[in-house]
Design a binder for this molecule. Structure first.
Ligand code: SAM
Length: 244
């Protein structure tokens, strides 16, 4: 039925496109896409061809009213290049205006790099704060980090390879040298998660900026580093030796 469908798409592995997402994309009257070339590739993968309309930061204000007007009678699917729309991607104003105009809004949930990274990091998951991309300028970046230094939650940041080492160093300075994970190329061929302290990770990447897409996950303040299996065994042996 007519309305705005928020459709999550794969972050690397096309096998992660859900059957429901494929169904909506194959039948939408219009697909509002961040980059229509990227979405055209996805549509080819599912053997579909649908009308598309670019919807990105630079034209969103102009095209939004037209999209809202069509929602009364049409199915419009919103997709971004990868992952969940609205998450460090355009879309929330479209949802806001669709609701305000009384149209149906439906979500087709699926891949999201932030959540996928959190599941790989081995850090507490009971509370987390998604920070998106830190500001590029040093001063603004420092303030953004200082603002969350006291937050008792695991922190999640999106980052690019060339900036990774500088960001890790800034995080170590602003948050203290916490445990962290650098996750890269999730669901792709070279997926990896490297764990360590922020300073050790900064040193590791300083001379070797990694390729690909990256999420940084940082432990909450004061969290003890996760005990290794060897630590646990040594503690057990020690405790047993003290039994009468
Ligand atoms: N909306 C997307 C989502 O749901 O994850 C995020 C869009 S944001 C513009 C793009 C950033 O997400 C990348 O710079 C990277 O930090 C992260 N990202 C996307 N795909 C990724 C992947 N396969 N592995 C690691 N990080 C990824």
């Amino acid at each position: 039925s007519p309305g705005l469908y928020i459709v999550a798409t794969p972050i690397g592995n096309l096998g992660d496109l859900s059957p429901r997402a494929a169904e909506v994309l194959a039948h939408a009257d219009l697909i509002a896409a961040e980059d229509t070339r990227v979405t055209a590739t996805l549509l080819r993968h599912i053997g579909a061809k649908r009308p598309m309309q670019p919807y990105h930061d630079h034209n969103a204000d102009q095209v939004r009213p037209g999209l809202i007007a069509r929602l009364a009678s049409e199915v419009i699917a919103l997709v971004s290049d990868a992952g969940t729309p609205l998450i460090s991607d355009p879309g929330y104003k479209l949802v806001r205006d669709a609701r305000a105009a009384g149209h149906q809004v439906v979500t087709i949930p699926g891949p999201c790099a932030a959540i996928a990274a959190l599941t790989l990091a081995g850090l507490p998951t009971d509370r987390f704060l998604f920070m998106g991309f830190l500001p590029a300028k040093q001063g603004a970046r420092g303030s953004a980090i200082a603002e969350v230094a006291g937050v008792r939650a695991t922190l999640i940041f999106y980052e690019s390879g060339p900036r990774l080492a500088a960001t890790l160093a800034a995080l170590a300075e602003g948050l203290g040298d916490r445990e962290a994970a650098v996750t890269r190329e999730i669901t792709k061929k070279f997926e990896e998660a490297v764990t360590g302290t922020l300073s050790s990770l900064a040193a590791r990447y300083a001379d070797a900026p990694p390729k690909g897409e990256i999420v940084i996950v940082v432990a909450p303040p004061g969290a003890a580093p996760p005990p290794s299996a060897e630590d646990a065994e040594a503690a057990l042996v020690e405790a047993l030796s003290r039994l009468p």
